[in-house]
Design a protein. Structure first.
Length: 173
C-alpha cells in the first residue's frame, strides 16, 4: 500500500464533523425526540419552521438539506401527527406552504432548550472565540461544497445535498 492510499480518519475533517453530528443527533434523538415520535430530520423541519416561519416545501428542502421527496414524506407524517399544516399557495397550485401548528409550536418550544443543552455539552471547553470561528468555518465549508460544480455527467437535483451528488450511491439491498 502506498502512502497516498492511506487515510487517517482521526485527522480527516469530513469524518470528524460527521462523527460529532452523529453522536449529538443520536443522543438528542434518543433522549428527547423519540418520546415524541420524532427523528432528527423531522426535528430539523420543525426547528426551521420555528425560526423562519411558513415555508414552501422546496425552500424547506434547501434549509434542512433534506431531499425533496424525503421531505414530502416527513411533512406528511408531521401533518398526520398534528405538528404542521400544509396549504396550497395562492400563487400556484403546485406550490405547498408548510407551517407549524399550535401543537408543533408547543413541542418545539419544549425541545429547543434541550437541543441547546446538547450543543452546550458538545462545545464545552471551547472559548466563545473558538466557537465563533468553528461555526464560521463550518458555514464556509458547507458553502464550498454546495457551490462545487457537479461531477461531469451528474446533474444537480434541487433540494439534494451537494455532497451526495458527487459520491456513488449505495445500492439498495
Amino acid at each position: 500500500m502506498t502512502a497516498s492510499a492511506k487515510l487517517d480518519l482521526g485527522d480527516y475533517l469530513p469524518y470528524l464533523t460527521n462523527r460529532v453530528g452523529t453522536i449529538v443527533a443520536e443522543q438528542f434523538g434518543a433522549d428527547a425526540l423519540a418520546e415524541h415520535g420524532l427523528g432528527i430530520a423531522m426535528w430539523r423541519v420543525m426547528a426551521v419552521l420555528a425560526s423562519h416561519g411558513s415555508q414552501r416545501q422546496i425552500d424547506l428542502a434547501d434549509l434542512t438539506s433534506i431531499e425533496v421527496s424525503t421531505l414530502s414524506r416527513l411533512v406528511t407524517r408531521l401533518t398526520r401527527n398534528g405538528l404542521v399544516t400544509r396549504t396550497r399557495s395562492l400563487n400556484s397550485n403546485r406550490e405547498v406552504a408548510v407551517k407549524l401548528s399550535p401543537k408543533g409550536h408547543s413541542l418545539v418550544s419544549h425541545l429547543i432548550p434541550i437541543a441547546l443543552d446538547y450543543e452546550a455539552a458538545a462545545i464545552a471547553g471551547l472559548s466563545a472565540k473558538e466557537i465563533a470561528v468553528l461555526k464560521r468555518c463550518l458555514r464556509r465549508m458547507y458553502g464550498n461544497m454546495k457551490n462545487r460544480a457537479a461531477a461531469p455527467g451528474k446533474p444537480r437535483v434541487a433540494g439534494e445535498p451537494t455532497a451526495s451528488r458527487s459520491l456513488p450511491r449505495r445500492k439498495s439491498r
